[in-house]
Design a protein around this ligand. Structure first.
Ligand code: DOR
Length: 425
């Protein structure tokens, strides 16, 4: 394997408190030196002047759709989409077909990722068998295979007694419970955020209280059991505040926010745009602002995409029956950098939210840039301007509300375990 020298970039690694113009040397899959004016003899040089060099980006909320739903995405296409967006590690959700509720499916994902994947893949197993909301998976066995978190994402665990038991089971194994916090009775037949826009469009609404009440329950159960709770895709002012207050009390809770929730509001649904339909839904301006505030004050630990590929035939239908979700791996980085441009956070904080923040949220052994560590590195051009063209995305699916958007910032080189997995242009 060739030696690689990343030269003259602004190297930012929040976990190492590193922010300096320097070189990074990679040999045999590892970082062997970080310093000024390193010797380039015998190396492949990547000129990073004017660029930002970070630990490989980490996305802890991705739907790879493999096994069973490969017409939407598979492990090869999903991880290609990941490295194109600058991600070197993804954690994939278990709502596949079959559901990842067993060592068999987890092993299949790990094997296929090793054979065909472009980046590291950490399978998240389900909390309940077949996502049935009734019986718990064998969490100890799953942990032994390298599972770091369990989740019924896409669905809540509605029964609080079962969630209590899940937390009590997960805790001694050091497993994180990633919660899809939603009260289905309060959601009813809602298909978008409940508010003036849903009224105007004549669509049934999903009220914020369906998320807030579920988040409050999860936080209380985490407080009661001491288990580590990670709240997925927080989208409301109330949920952000519930997590903020819980952290102040010392509850073992982390949370993530998705780029679409801090960028868009339910206004994007106008025109019955099914590419603006997801769960949780795009909310009000007040909610969007609260999510941004939570990102700024440290309530939000991670930015995670909820990359949810769907076939055109599942989106090109009337709004109420369209599938929930959008692809996000290739637009997350510039949308996060936009927060920097808008003064919500600074650049090192943005890097933290895409690297060590998500890694620490699930306890994943990634998100660092240090001598002796794995050479998972992303070289970012923060000034590169480009236009999103949905049809050209590396993902198999094209369901993005950002088609045609002018973006600033992109990964120009993504290195996984010392190998160049993606180079722009
Ligand atoms: O929009 C969503 N899509 N939210 C979820 O919770 C599930 C996901 C999916 O699997 O498509």
């Amino acid at each position: 394997m060739a030696k690689i020298l990343i030269k003259g970039g602004r190297v930012i690694s929040p976990a190492q408190k590193l922010d300096d113009i320097c070189d990074v040397l990679i040999e045999k899959g590892k970082i062997t030196a970080i310093g000024k004016k390193l010797d380039s003899k015998g190396t492949e040089v990547i000129d990073a002047s004017g660029k930002v060099v970070t630990p490989g980006l980490v996305d802890i909320h991705v739907h790879l759709r493999d096994p069973g739903l490969e017409y939407k995405e598979d492990i090869a296409s999903g991880t290609l989409s990941a490295v194109t967006g600058g991600f070197t590690a993804v954690a994939c959700m278990p709502n596949t077909d079959p559901v990842n509720d067993s060592q068999t499916v987890t092993s299949y994902i790990l094997k296929k990722a090793a054979d065909e994947g472009h980046c590291r893949v950490f399978p998240i197993a389900s909390i309940t068998k077949g996502l049935d909301g009734e019986s718990l998976t064998e969490m100890g066995e799953l942990r032994a295979l390298g599972v770091y978190a369990v989740s019924d994402d896409g669905k809540p665990v509605s029964n609080p007694q079962l969630m209590r038991r899940a937390m009590e089971y997960a805790k001694p194994f050091g497993l994180t419970i990633t919660s899809h916090a939603e009260d289905l009775d309060l959601v009813g037949s809602g298909v978008m955020n409940e508010g003036p826009v849903s009224t105007e469009l004549g669509l049934k609404g999903i009220p914020w209280v369906s998320e807030d009440s579920a988040t409050a329950r999860e936080v209380m159960l985490a407080e009661f059991t001491g288990a580590h709770l990670h709240v997925a895709h927080v989208s409301t002012k109330g949920s952000i505040d519930i997590v903020r207050q819980a952290k102040k009390r010392g509850v073992n809770v982390t949370c993530e926010a998705a780029p679409h929730h801090f960028t868009l509001t339910d206004d994007a649904v106008r025109g019955y745009n099914t590419n603006a339909k997801m769960n949780p839904p795009l909310r009000s301006e007040e909610d969007r602002e609260a999510v941004r505030q939570g990102i700024a004050d440290g309530t939000v630990d991670a930015i995670a995409t909820d990359h949810a590929p769907h076939h055109i035939d599942e989106k090109n239908v009337e709004f109420s029956i369209a599938m929930n979700g959008i692809v996000g791996l290739e637009t997350a980085l510039p949308l996060t950098l936009k927060l920097v441009e808008e003064g919500v956070i600074d650049l090192p904080k943005a890097v933290a939210l895409l690297t060590c923040g998500p890694a620490e949220s699930l306890g994943l052994p990634v998100g660092q840039l240090e001598v002796g560590g794995a050479a998972d590195i992303t070289v970012i051009d923060p000034n590169l301007e480009w236009t999103v063209e949905a049809q050209k995305l590396a993902s198999k699916s094209k369901n993005t509300p950002f088609d045609g958007w002018q973006m600033k910032g992109a990964a120009v080189c993504t290195i996984v375990a010392g190998k160049i997995a993606y180079k722009r242009g």
